[in-house]
Each structure stands twice: as structure tokens, then as C-alpha cells.
Write a protein that binds this ligand. Structure first.
Ligand SMILES: [Zn+2]
Length: 94
């Protein structure tokens, strides 16, 4: 498999790096985890990814990296979006 492009995307970097996040299930602090995924530009999944990498439209396999959160107690992984929604929910309850 030849990888033709690499992309690293961090959704809401301020939210991800500057704030503390806790597990929605058990309340433990979450660990940031880098998640990598290789996607082919002709696959069904390709529509969820941006193959326009560094001013170059990648044809073929590209590796996409992003950040997710991991709870070492529950062994569960959460997307940034899930944690964002959970934080908003907690804020709302206060
Ligand atoms: Zn947990």
C-alpha cells in the first residue's frame, strides 16, 4: 500500500489542548490519543475526509490523523465532538 498524502487535523485545538476533560461515564480525566486512519480516495469513506492535502488533491491512499480522548478506566474512546457535547451538557446542568 502506497500512502500518497498525510493529514493531521485537530478539531477545536483550544478545546482539546487547553482544557481538562473527564469521562462521561466515570468522571476520570481523559487521555488525548492520536488516531490514524488510512483511507483510499475511491472508497465509500472518502466523502468523510478531505483529500485536498497541502494544495494537492490526493488520488489513492492517504493517512488521516486526528485526536480522540481515551478513558483508561472504561477503556472507551470518545471523539472530540462527543466530549464537547458532554461538556455542554454538564455546563447546562450546573
Ligand atoms: Zn471512564
Amino acid at each position: 500500500m502506497k500512502i500518497k498524502g498525510y493529514s493531521f487535523k485537530c478539531e477545536s485545538p483550544f478545546f482539546v489542548y487547553c482544557k481538562k476533560h473527564y469521562c462521561p461515564c466515570c468522571g476520570q480525566p481523559l487521555i488525548r490519543k492520536k488516531v490514524s486512519k488510512i483511507v483510499h480516495s475511491d472508497s465509500d469513506e472518502a466523502k468523510n475526509y478531505d483529500f485536498d492535502i497541502a494544495d494537492n488533491i490526493v488520488k489513492g491512499y492517504a493517512k488521516f490523523n486526528h485526536i480522540e480522548f481515551f478513558c483508561s478506566v472504561c477503556k472507551k474512546q470518545y471523539t472530540v465532538k462527543e466530549i464537547k457535547e458532554n461538556d455542554a451538557f454538564i455546563q447546562h446542568r450546573k
